[in-house]
Write a protein that binds this ligand. Structure first.
Ligand code: GCU
Length: 339
């Protein structure tokens, strides 16, 4: 399936034509879910399982439709569609939600989590996620569960990155968030924010020298065909979030809502299980078939360069200090080196 070129026009047309509560034949409600990954990606596998689960339990009332590969537009466009209720759900990176609520800035901080275990424990704790996930209710949507998107690292077309100095003068694609732009400035590179769907062509055309993402981007999105160096500087663990339209969620009868909640937990569980094998396979394929070289630089200089962002965030949003503190407790419990 190919992404339609005029995504913005499509989004506008959809917003006008659709409603989250469109009745399907037989009086069932059509529930549309959009995301930007391929159908072989853990995100899609988990959402397909959600579709099967809801339709098995509530199939007489709901028809779930999952749209992969940016078919409904870029992530930002899909968030807007979810906001207005033109679609019921989409998967969005935490990064881009920063522009919808400043609370999301927290999970975008580089080197926020000391280990994958600390990251998972914090994201599984409603005391940590609640204040963030609910903060967009006024904007019309809320996060209903998180899914793993691994660790973000730099990868480049032809310049190995061993230290922040190697980023100097390089144009690196980042997600569209002020934190990511500032992170690149602190690391000495030149940030080029753009949507995920534009990255492959930009790399090929040498409009950018590299990007940063998890290993799946190399294979699932083909970036490893162009970029031959992938450096584990481990700068961010940024979750993806399944977000839902509040009008749709609030209108669900209590017993249906309980089953949807079960479905959201299933999305988290399945995606995380699939993620582990998908990343291992991506790394193997990138190395063996695409000729990508994996580098393991000392992460300390990268971390030091990014540290001012933590202080800036705490100064700008003091209300987030208790949640930041709870994350530090998880970091103490699961320090670096834990997996
Ligand atoms: C990851 C993440 C996506 C995000 C993408 C990006 O693939 O899972 O949600 O859109 O990175 O860099 O934009």
């Amino acid at each position: 399936m190919k992404r339609l070129p005029a995504a913005a026009a499509l989004a506008a047309a959809l917003a006008a034509a659709l409603c989250a509560c469109t009745a399907a034949p037989g009086g069932r409600l059509t529930v549309r879910i959009g995301h930007n990954q391929a159908t072989s990606h853990p995100t899609h596998i988990a959402l397909a399982a959600f579709e099967a689960f809801i339709e098995e339990r509530l199939g007489d009332r709901y028809d779930i439709e999952v749209y992969p590969s940016e078919l409904l537009g870029s992530q930002t466009e899909m968030v807007q569609l979810t906001q207005t209720g033109a679609i019921s759900f989409c998967v969005a990176s935490n990064s881009i939600l920063e522009t919808f609520s400043e609370n999301y800035t927290l999970f975008n901080l580089p080197y926020l989590f000391a280990s994958a275990q600390a990251y998972h424990a914090a994201m599984d704790d409603p005391a940590v996620t609640g204040p963030i996930f609910d903060s967009t209710r006024q904007a019309g949507f809320e996060a209903v569960t998180w899914i793993d998107a691994g660790t973000r690292n730099f990868y480049t077309v032809d310049t190995p990155v061993d230290s922040p100095a190697d980023l100097r003068g390089l144009k690196i694609r980042v997600q569209q968030s002020p934190t990511n732009v500032e992170m690149m400035r602190l690391l000495g590179g030149s940030a080029t924010p753009m949507g995920f769907g534009e990255v492959y062509t930009a790399l090929q055309a040498k409009i950018i020298d590299g990007a940063e993402n998890n290993e799946m981007a190399l294979t699932s999105n083909g970036h490893g065909d162009v970029c031959k160096y992938y450096s584990y500087d481990m700068h961010q663990m940024i979750p993806d979030l399944l977000i839902g339209n509040c009008g749709f969620l609030d209108a669900l009868p209590a017993e249906d809502r309980a089953i949807f909640e079960e479905g959201f937990r299933l999305v988290n569980e399945i995606e995380r299980r699939e993620w582990v094998t998908a990343v291992a396979e991506a790394k193997e394929t990138a190395e063996a078939k695409q000729g990508v070289q994996f580098l393991y630089p000392d992460t300390a200089p990268f971390q030091q360069a990014c540290q001012p962002l933590h202080e800036q965030m705490l100064d700008s949003y003091p209300a987030l200090a208790p949640v930041y503190g709870a994350i530090q407790d998880y970091n103490a419990q699961y320090p670096a080196g834990a997996s």
